[in-house]
Design a protein around this ligand. Structure first.
Ligand code: ZN
Length: 412
């Protein structure tokens, strides 16, 4: 399917530093050193509701990764999926008496608008689950032929992945089996289901049910794909056996990314599937976790409709480090709006402190696991200096505006 429209990203003088990123599998930050084009797969939305600030924060995080890679001279191949068939989508459509296809198309269109407004560089390939079904069927059949997938013996036509076929299962999340069982139950898994070889075995293919959409699964029988295999197959087909970054919110650490990696590694024989598993923190509202069950989601489209500058939203979401779970308040937005106004004033100064030094500082901070608070502090200091009449670098104000645009995606 089509992604959204991109914008020109200006080039900066000189070159950046290698980006160090925290890898959840190794539990530490390591440099990302792509061989050839840099490859990234980020798990996209299930389009049953509008983009909230948690989605936006995750997409901005990986947008910063892409911007740093580009600044380092890498070509970037970036794939994002849309889970345009899954239980939450069907449940919401049924609740609202709406056609699930219409719901998915509308929310995906709104997501594209939000991404464009937030100046997220579009992915190279934006791919839906539905359009990937033939490829997924082929890969599930391969797993079954290899003995890594099996049909549940209860007449449903459901197929599961046997986690004992993935010897490194657990390396990505580093969780105990007890923790995995809890998270599996909380996040769409079914550890209690009878007949599975292991309670943690994830669904590969759901056999057709009365009243649910189903697709041709060849000898699997009609049905629809599981979520983890969807991402594994799209990533393998478009980016190859090993990718530089697998990204998403930290609620995808387990089971989603663990199971996607297990599927991919079993299919290719290569491990690790991703050189870095990178997870963005959750966004809460006024100290509470933002969730659909609490009804306290803040939607990007709602803020846009209220004439909030998307650049202020973006700035508010990067004021704290991407890995920390953080909270959105009126105060966070107000601070971001004031900072944006101050930066815009500073960019109109006739001179300021050294622009080259500012660029080096911002690059160094972002290269250190995307230290946005550090980068923002360096930019604030430059802006304060320029507004106080310090410095004689007349090229600096223009460079200042390019630094915020190119590296942070904030257009002044
Ligand atoms: Zn995914």
């Amino acid at each position: 399917m089509d992604a959204w429209t991109g914008h020109q990203v200006p080039r900066l003088p000189g070159s950046g530093q290698p980006l160090a990123l925290y890898d959840s599998a190794r539990g530490a930050a390591h440099p990302s050193l792509p061989q050839g084009p840099a490859t990234m797969y980020v798990c996209g939305i299930t389009p049953y509701d509008a983009t909230h600030l948690g989605h936006a924060a995750t997409m901005i995080t990986f947008d910063l990764v892409q911007r740093m890679w580009r600044d380092n001279g890498h070509e970037v191949r970036y794939v994002q999926n849309v889970t345009d068939i899954d239980d939450p989508l069907l449940e919401r459509a049924a609740r609202d008496g709406e056609d699930w296809v219409v719901l998915a198309m509308r929310e995906t269109a709104l997501f594209r608008e939000d991404m464009e407004a937030l100046r997220i560089i579009p992915p190279t390939h934006y791919v839906g689950a539905v359009e990937s079904i033939p490829a997924i069927v082929g890969r599930v059949r391969t797993l079954v032929e290899q003995g890594a997938g099996y049909r549940l013996d209860d007449g449903t036509g459901d197929f599961y992945f046997d986690i004992s076929a993935a010897p490194r299962f657990g390396y990505e999340s580093n969780l105990s089996r007890e923790e995995m069982l809890v998270l599996s139950a909380e996040r769409g898994g079914d550890p209690e289901r009878p007949g599975k070889r292991d309670p943690l075995d994830p669904l590969l293919w759901r056999g057709a049910r009365e009243g649910e959409p189903a697709w041709d699964g060849a000898d699997l029988g009609p049905g629809r794909p599981g979520w983890h295999i969807e991402c594994a197959v799209i990533a393998l087909d478009l980016l190859g056996a090993t990718i530089d970054v697998q990204g998403g919110g930290n609620d995808l650490l387990f089971p989603h990314h663990e199971c996607s990696a297990a599927h991919a590694e079993r299919l290719t024989g290569e491990s690790p599937f991703a050189r870095h598993y990178v997870h963005a923190g959750m966004i809460g509202l006024d100290g509470e976790k933002m969730s659909k069950s609490k009804g306290n989601l803040v939607f990007v489209s709602r803020l846009r409709a209220d004439h909030v500058d998307p650049m202020a939203v973006r700035l508010g979401l990067i004021a704290e480090h991407y890995r920390s779970d953080r909270t959105w308040t009126d105060e966070v937005l107000k601070t971001a709006q004031q900072r944006l106004a101050r930066w815009r004033d500073a960019s109109k100064a006739s001179a300021g402190p050294s622009g080259v030094d500012l660029l080096a500082d911002v690059r160094a901070r972002l290269a250190d696991d995307l230290d946005t608070p550090g980068a923002l502090a360096a930019i604030d200091a430059w802006a304060d200096g320029a507004l106080a009449g310090q410095g004689t670098d007349t090229d600096a104000p223009a460079l200042f505006a390019t630094v915020t645009d190119t590296l942070l995606g904030i257009r002044l």
